[in-house]
Design a binder for this molecule. Structure first.
Ligand code: FAD
Length: 392
């Protein structure tokens, strides 16, 4: 009788209430039954499984921490637990959620007027409208705080947007894309709700990615794109407001990394207990056990870190550097976990069929998005030394 395969070595689940644990298991079962069977094939073909949106609606896990507008208003901790459960099966699907529910709904929740919230949040909560978040540009990635090239200008009636956005997840099919642009007059960054079908908006799917292949990333081109003042995010006056959204969602990316590591560890453990070489399961060999223990150590360290991070977020104590530290640590440790998972599986570790190959590739995207390893390190470095190493 072998022990159960469970990537929660310190039983952090016991810290959840019965109701929270029930929701966690609902998400886990849904991901196992409805999503796992689809992901390798869709990842391979770089297609998004649109049919799962209808099924996800029943789970009611969108806009988890927000108050009002039909949102569940659960602790940030639950948003993290859910992100871990989704990423444990597939990181692309958790990115779809993180962008829709976190970045897009979060921008409206934090920076929208009451009318804008009333119009968008209830239908986005129900997944009847899908959102995207357009900040990164072809020439501006890490340096978005001071360097956005996309411009907006008020012509007395409408805002006119010009420029390009790159890497925008969900944007090929989203109903609304939050576009961040620099005001030509005030030089401040403003946010806009750009609706599907706007004639000045073009989204082209980015092809040939080697990670997160299910996520539909777009290169967006804005050509004299007209947006009425009523669709300008009324409470976004400068990049500081954009940064508030990023601070709120960065913790979720750390949880995604944990889910990715957990999925890879559990798959590898299962595999090594079954696979036999030299007459015995490879899990019985010391060198393989050493890899597995390294994996579960890293995973457990990450889990305890993000658990505390979410507790701080729920207590309103979260700073940029807290979120950045977790994002850096988890995305680095996840890279280590997935590479060991791939290693203990030998040749099968590079076949999609065994899931780990997908986690190895997807960990690379987590490493770079929502602030690269270097940028998040510099945010922590500035906080602990008092010196900013950023140059603008
Ligand atoms: P660059 O900024 O060009 O960085 C290149 C390298 O230089 C990195 O290693 C970086 O750390 C380093 N570097 C840069 N500046 C410094 C410095 N001062 N000191 C030391 N090192 C430095 N963006 C969106 O707006 N919306 C989305 O939905 C979205 N989805 C994404 C999905 C995927 C799969 C990916 C890969 C990206 C997505 N992004 C999205 C973009 C993502 O946020 C950027 O890729 C990220 O911010 C890094 O920017 P960059 O790729 O242009 O790299």
């Amino acid at each position: 009788d072998l022990p159960p395969i469970d990537g929660d070595f310190y039983n952090l689940d016991l810290k959840l209430t019965d109701e929270q644990r029930k929701l966690q298991m609902e998400v886990r079962n849904f991901m196992e039954d409805e999503v796992r069977p689809l992901v390798n094939d869709h990842w391979n073909r770089a297609k998004f499984p649109h049919e799962i949106i209808e099924k996800f609606k029943k789970l009611n896990i969108t806009g988890v921490p927000y108050e009002g507008y039909g949102c569940p208003n659960l602790p940030f901790l639950m948003e993290g637990i859910i992100a871990q459960e989704i990423a444990r099966v597939d990181v692309s699907i958790s990115t779809f959620f993180g962008v829709h529910s976190g970045l897009a709904m979060g921008s409206i929740y934090l920076c929208g007027s009451e009318e804008q919230k009333q119009e968008w949040l209830p239908k986005m909560q129900k997944l009847d409208a899908i959102g995207a978040f357009g900040l990164t540009e072809p020439n501006v990635g890490s340096g978005v705080a001071g360097g956005l090239e996309t411009t907006c200008k008020f012509d007395g009636e409408n805002w006119i947007l010009n420029g390009q956005k790159k890497w925008i997840s969900n944007a090929t099919f989203a109903d609304v894309v939050i576009i961040w642009a620099r005001d030509e007059d005030s030089n401040q960054v403003k946010g806009f709700l750009v609706r599907k079908g706007n004639p000045g908006f073009k989204a082209e799917k980015m092809e040939d990615k080697m990670a997160l292949r299910i996520v539909q990333n777009a290169l967006i081109t804005l050509t004299d794109c007209k947006v009425p003042e009523s669709d300008r995010l009324q409470k976004a006056d400068s990049f500081k407001d954009t940064a508030k959204v990023l601070r709120m969602t960065r913790a979720g990316v750390a949880w995604q990394a944990v889910g990715c590591a957990r999925g890879a560890y559990e798959s590898a453990l299962k595999y090594t207990r079954k696979r036999e070489q030299f007459g015995r399961p490879i899990a019985s060999y010391q060198l393989i056990q050493d890899h597995l223990v390294e994996m579960v150590s890293n995973l457990t360290a990450m889990q305890t870190l993000v658990f505390r991070l979410s507790e701080m977020q729920d207590a309103d104590l979260l700073t940029d550097e807290h979120a950045s530290l977790a994002k850096v640590f988890c995305s680095m440790r996840t890279r280590d976990v997935v590479s060991r998972a791939r290693e203990v599986m030998g040749g099968n570790g590079i076949l999609l069929e065994h899931d780990v190959a997908r986690f190895v590739a997807d960990a690379e995207a987590i490493y770079s998005y929502e602030g690269t390893k270097e940028i998040n390190s510099l945010i922590v470095g500035r906080a602990i030394t008092g010196y900013s190493a950023f140059v603008n």
